[in-house]
Design a protein around this ligand. Structure first.
Ligand code: ATP
Ligand code: MG
Length: 234
């Protein structure tokens, strides 16, 4: 079956309970994304960007509503099936990298391929290729604590792409980086995504990043609105 990233969020609602207080984060949110779209998700700190990405990835569950990816309703999968679905179809670049400290850069990138059950050498060699693509071909042996923030972020991006997922979710991929490194990371991400026709949702505070987007969405008060080109320039 051909991978097809068609995402549909249907009346997605999520709130968090803290003591006796309920904090509504996402409120009846609706969204459709077609295959190959590069979506930038804007929103202030605390607006719900990470919450939304966690729901789309199936890491977290909504209170109500549905996440449908390529025709699969995540709510209809049990936990194990959801994990397998994620391993096969989704690459996640976490806000805080989440590299495994006991694995070197190469092994970190290799991990999603191994988890997917890949054993043939030719496919496994792609881990090397992706490290080269992010400019770290010579750092495969380095452990995360020996890498700078930008280098760790690049490893995290290589890891998110190595198993060639149809959907890439990137949570503030440039948030911890200086301007130049951030620009470099975005170029890498955009090229890799465009080259392979993948779909991406990229969450950020940074309106500069909107330049690379096919569509810019802003999350505010639990709802999503489309941001017009002219508004992005402001
Ligand atoms: N596990 C949790 N328990 C309680 N509240 C939570 C939890 N996770 C998130 N929240 C709350 O949900 C709201 C949205 O958080 P979220 O992390 O999605 O925001 P964000 O847009 O990603 O912010 P940032 O730009 O700072 O990363 C915040 O008010 C946060 O305090
Ligand atoms: Mg966040």
């Amino acid at each position: 079956m051909k991978d097809k990233a068609y995402i549909r969020l249907n009346k997605l609602t999520k709130s968090y309970q803290e003591g006796d207080k309920t904090r509504a984060v996402l409120d009846d949110l609706e969204l459709s994304i077609t295959e190959g779209e590069l979506i930038v998700l804007l929103g202030r700190s605390g607006s719900g960007k990470s919450t939304l990405l966690n729901l789309v990835s199936g890491i977290d569950k909504p209170d109500s509503g549905a996440v449908i990816i390529g025709g699969t309703n995540l709510a209809e999968l049990n936990e194990k099936e959801r994990t397998l679905f994620r391993r096969k179809n989704i690459g996640f670049v976490f806000q805080s990298f989440n590299l495994i400290s006991t694995l070197n850069a190469y092994e970190n990138v290799l991990l999603p391929l191994k988890l997917k059950g890949v054993t043939d050498e030719e496919t496994l060699s792609k881990a090397d290729q992706f490290l080269q693509d992010v400019g770290l071909g010579d750092r495969g042996d380095s452990y995360p604590d020996r890498l700078s923030g930008g280098e760790q972020q690049r490893v995290a991006i290589a890891r998110a792409l190595a198993h060639e997922p149809m959907l890439i979710l990137a949570d503030e991929p440039t948030g911890n980086l200086d301007y130049e490194t951030g620009k470099q990371i975005l170029d890498i991400l955009e090229n890799l995504v465009r080259k392979n026709g993948r779909t991406i949702i990229l969450a950020t505070h940074d309106r500069d990043i909107c330049k690379i987007a096919d569509r810019v969405l802003e999350i505010r008060g639990g709802k999503l609105t489309e941001v017009e080109d002219s508004a992005v320039q402001l």
